[in-house]
Ligand binder design. Structure first.
Ligand SMILES: Cc1cc2nc3c(=O)[nH]c(=O)nc-3n(C[C@H](O)[C@H](O)[C@H](O)COP(=O)(O)OP(=O)(O)OC[C@H]3O[C@@H](n4cnc5c(N)ncnc54)[C@H](O)[C@@H]3O)c2cc1C
Length: 375
């Protein structure tokens, strides 16, 4: 099985381009997101999962199936997951706009990404209301010609640099009172603050305060749909597609940790056995998630929920990194930088696309019902 793990990657070229590691290192040193990623040869192809084919520039977007995206994300995790969190592209907003947007909204939103490198954000989480997204409190108050948005969003990826995005806010009480809006994160009625992070250095996550920001009615998504088809459907489509990919990022970080460890240590027989066990677990998780993505690409019912696949991958990745840190020989000198980075980075995946408790709860009760209420 250890052989399988090694076979999976030896001789395989890095899809991300030969400049990916250099770009990732610059990003880690807190380089300017737009300037650093603007130089990356692969940047135009990132974060296009869920984009309708008519808006894809076929020359640069060859990686369109979920399974090929999964493999790509694993490679991103190996190089640096901050590349994914900071990259341009429609990203998480793509599924929402593709699922809820009318033709004009889709043309306007996706058209921006065809013209130039463009960053987007997905503003859902609020301070103290993350897993329980249905309890969000940001309000959209009806006024002449549109809505006034008031409230706060938290941990918003690319919230500092994005030109466009999707925002969720409440037009009425209850689950069905949440709507999605197209918005410009650079609007002067938003106060944005970059959050300090431990791990994922170079990723920009923002706190956003909305001070009666006006959004015209034309930018409300899904008005042609029933309320039951708006928030839950668009949010779940996004999360179901991205959860296995978050697991892939975590496994990529774990593979990098294995790589860094083996570059420094000549294992004794006991350590060789431990490595072999860790690689076996890594490979099982990778294969399980890849199979789920292949099933989704063929429109088949998945054998396991995407949330639980993500949970399993993240837990195995955390365990691999932790065991490697503890197994690093004390007389070998300080821990290599790459292992420290993996130790810090791997913690983030528990919180992206829903925590393990929430996925377990969703699995234990009525899976579909529970996952629509929480993420
Ligand atoms: C790197 C990164 C990027 C992110 N990017 C974005 C983004 O672009 N847009 C966005 O909107 N959000 C983003 N997030 C936020 C992310 O979606 C939230 O962190 C996540 O939903 C969890 O919410 P929370 O942090 O408020 O934790 P909480 O929901 O407060 O959870 C804290 C703990 O309580 C547990 N818990 C919560 N509810 C229950 C329950 N009912 N039963 C049992 N246990 C429970 C959880 O499992 C967890 O262990 C990002 C987060 C990270 C780390």
């Amino acid at each position: 099985m250890s052989q399988l793990y090694d076979d999976a990657f030896t001789g395989r070229s890095c899809l991300l381009g030969s400049d990916a590691q250099q770009v990732a290192d610059q990003l880690r040193n807190f380089g300017d997101t737009r300037q650093v990623l603007g130089q990356w040869s692969f940047a135009p192809a990132m974060n296009h999962l869920g984009v309708p084919p008519r808006y894809l520039d076929t020359a640069s977007h060859q990686v369109n199936s979920l399974a090929s995206r999964y493999e790509l994300y694993e490679q991103v995790g190996f190089v640096s997951p901050a590349l994914m969190f900071s990259a341009p592209g429609p990203s998480m907003s793509a599924y929402v706009v593709a699922g809820l947007g009318n033709e004009q909204q889709q043309d306007a939103f996706f058209g921006q990404f065809l013209e130039t490198l463009c960053w987007s954000c997905f503003a859902m989480t609020e301070p103290a209301r993350g897993s329980d997204a249905g309890a969000m409190q940001t309000t959209a108050t009806r006024v002449d010609g549109g809505y006034l948005i008031s409230g706060q969003k938290m941990f918003i990826g690319n919230g500092i640099v994005a030109e466009t995005g999707v925002l969720f806010a409440r037009t009425a009480p209850g689950q069905l009172g949440i709507n999605a809006f197209l918005f410009s994160p650079q609007n002067p009625a938003i106060t944005r603050q970059r959050l300090a992070l431990t791990g994922l250095e170079g990723t920009n996550l923002a706190h956003m305060q909305f001070n009666d920001m006006f959004i015209p009615t034309a930018d409300v998504l899904g008005l042609h749909l029933k309320p039951t088809q708006r928030f839950a459907r668009s949010a779940m489509a996004t999360f179901d597609a991205l959860r296995p990919c978050v697991g892939a990022l975590a496994l990529g970080v774990a593979r990098r940790a294995l790589h860094e460890w083996q570059a420094c240590v000549t294992p004794d027989p006991a350590q060789r056995q431990q490595l072999s066990r860790l690689k076996r677990r890594w490979h099982t998780a990778y294969h399980e998630a890849l199979t789920l993505c292949q099933q989704a690409d063929k429109q088949q019912a998945p054998a396991k929920s995407p949330g639980m696949v993500k949970t399993t991958s993240v837990m195995i990745a955390e365990e691999i990194v932790s065991q490697l840190i503890h197994a690093f020989p004390a007389d070998q000198g300080p821990l290599p930088t790459g292992l420290w980075q993996a130790f810090r980075d791997v913690k983030a995946f528990e919180y992206t696309e829903g925590t393990r408790q929430i996925h377990r709860l969703g699995q234990s009760f009525s899976p579909r019902l529970a996952s629509q209420e929480c993420r």
